[in-house]
Design a protein around this ligand. Sequence first.
Ligand SMILES: Nc1ncnc2c1ncn2[C@@H]1O[C@H](COP(=O)(O)OP(=O)(O)OP(=O)(O)O)[C@@H](O)[C@H]1O
Ligand SMILES: [Mg+2]
Length: 246
Amino acid sequence: MSDLESSLQAALRGESHVVGICGSAGSGKSRLCYEFAERCRRIHIPVIEVRAQPYGKAAPIQPILEVVRLLLGISSGDDPTTARSQVADCLEKLGSPPENALPILCDFLGVAESGPVPAMTPKMRHAALLDIISWLVGGHASNPYVIVMEDLHWLDDASETFLETFWDSIVGSYALMIVNYRPTYQAPWTDREGFHLLELKDLDGVQIDEFISSVIGSHQIWQTYAVESPTGQEATRSLPKRSFIL
Ligand SMILES: Nc1ncnc2c1ncn2[C@@H]1O[C@H](COP(=O)(O)OP(=O)(O)OP(=O)(O)O)[C@@H](O)[C@H]1O
Ligand SMILES: [Mg+2]
């Protein structure tokens, strides 16, 4: 947590970076992000949280769409007219949007009017969209905020491209981006400047014993269950949260 606090302090000085939290399943990545997000909200720093889904490769771009919606202040349930007007308001507030930002964003979000959209090849449109999203992320980053993207091990290839765009607009700004993933994910950007790796190591035997004793005391039967079975280890970790009474 103290590493994340330091990263936040850097972002508040306008020297933000991207933090990658890497750890195996159940190592506490989500819990750490959740607790950190709560701390940020308590001090009125907005937090945008999205996660890649296990079926992410079959439904590409969803996490990116969600970030863009949250930045624009709309939700997937908004009707197209309301969403378009909110997008227009947001662009106006940020000021000087790139050319065709409104129709291209509305098209990306699936709320476009049936009227004419700018004539562009798919490649040109994609390049324009990346520019617009970069402008949008960077425009918000003149004030502190935090983007948390979870479970990148499930991220689809198309979203990776957008992630790099977020990265370029965020590093060195007032916005902090925190991503998390399991070690199986081959992150393509770990060598990039502005990346901080935070590894959550699995506990060794002694640490597990200490942790379990502190949570459930010395009842032998629970100790055996908690140490020897993975479900027992996870159940033990969740005891304080679920307020189990033994
Ligand atoms: N420091 C902690 N103190 C108490 N409980 C914890 C702590 N860290 C994690 N837990 C609990 O352990 C369980 C697993 O943690 P979590 O969901 O954060 O793992 P994860 O690394 O995100 O796993 P996955 O890769 O499957 O998403 C959760 O019930 C969580 O609340
Ligand atoms: Mg998780």
